[in-house]
Structure formats: C-alpha cells, structure tokens
Design a binder for this molecule. Structure first.
Ligand SMILES: Cc1cc2nc3c(=O)[nH]c(=O)nc-3n(C[C@H](O)[C@H](O)[C@H](O)COP(=O)(O)O)c2cc1C
Length: 165
C-alpha cells in the first residue's frame, strides 16, 4: 500500500521519512547512522528525508510511505520535541495513515521503557504498523549503537524498496 501520491506513476519511488530528535553529538551520530543506512547504495528507489521533530508535521507524514522515529528519553518519556510533533500530527493523520509502516529508536541514559511505552501507545492509536523491533540504545554510549541504527535505517529502506511493507 502506498500512502503518498506524487503523481508520477513511472518512477514509483518510495518516500522514507526520518523524524528524530538529536540534541547532542551522540544523538546526531545516531540520526546520521539511521539516514546512512537508509541511503545504502543497494536501496534503489527510496528517497530519504530527515527532519528534526520541530520541523516535521502532518504534511510530511501524509507524503511518506514509511517513517522512522528517533528520540532521547527525557524524564521517563519521549523528548518534548517528538511529543510536539505527535501533538500536531495526530488528528490530521488519524484517518489517513492507518497501516503506515514505522520503526523507532530511543537513546536513553539508563532506561527507555517509559518512552517505548509512550511511542507504542500513540502509534497504536494511529494504527501505524511496527515493522521492526524497537531499538533502545541505553546506558553509556557505545559505537555499536551506530551500527544498530544503520541497520534500522537499511532494513526499513530495503523493505520499502522491495515492497515488503
Ligand atoms: C533533562 C533530562 C532528563 C533525562 N531523563 C532520562 C530518563 O528519564 N531516562 C533515561 O534513561 N535517560 C534520561 N536522560 C538521559 C538522556 O536520555 C541522554 O542524555 C540523551 O539520550 C543524550 O545521550 P548522550 O549523552 O549519549 O548524548 C535525561 C537527560 C536529560 C538532559
């Protein structure tokens, strides 16, 4: 199923949207790793758009075929920035994006469960379709988080490319 209508039936390129909060050097690395994976050279017909949550809104969601969300955990919840994105996007998207394939990652200093629960709750309300296990990069920062994020981006983009979702 395609959620976007770009008026160009010849190319059928898929649109992958990455909405991720990156307030620190480490979280910027994670966001870039997700985008880098999604832009892997083996992925042929997927366009990748990366936006900070405060710059993303319902029009971006309505124009995409799949979405990856990224956030820090702050005070046992998703970042205020990602919450604001949902606050602005929820009702405009509710009737139009059911089944939208999505994945998400969380950078948490020590926990991540509150954020995971919150994202699962909101996306259940939206009836989006989780297509990959949530990735929680928790504890002291490790370079392997970047590998995991790259895989997340690649899996999502490759799945869209192959028409799996
Ligand atoms: C105000 C504030 C609240 C935070 N609350 C939590 C929290 O509830 N749970 C948690 O695991 N980490 C928490 N953290 C840690 C952040 O998730 C972490 O600093 C962020 O992901 C950036 O990671 P980095 O140091 O690798 O850049 C908090 C950080 C800040 C600044």
């Amino acid at each position: 199923m395609s959620f976007s209508d770009h008026g160009d039936e010849m190319t059928e390129r898929k649109q992958l949207l990455i909405v991720a909060h990156a307030p620190s050097p480490n979280t910027l690395r994670l966001r870039e790793a997700v985008a880098g994976g999604a832009r892997h050279e083996d992925v042929e017909a997927v366009d990748v758009k990366v936006l900070p949550p405060l710059e993303a809104g319902p029009d971006d969601v309505l124009a995409c075929d799949g979405i990856i969300l990224g956030t820090t955990e702050n005070l046992a919840y998703m970042s205020g920035a990602l919450k604001d994105f949902f606050d602005r996007s929820y009702y405009p998207c509710l009737e139009k994006t059911q089944g939208l394939p999505f994945a998400f990652y969380i950078r948490a200093g020590m926990d991540g469960t509150g954020t995971r629960r919150a994202i699962e709750s909101i996306t259940t309300g939206l009836r989006w379709r989780l297509v990959q296990d949530p990735l929680v990069c928790k504890g002291e920062y490790r370079a392997e988080f970047e590998d995991q994020c790259r895989e997340l981006g690649l899996y999502m983009a490759a799945g869209l490319d192959a028409g799996l979702f």
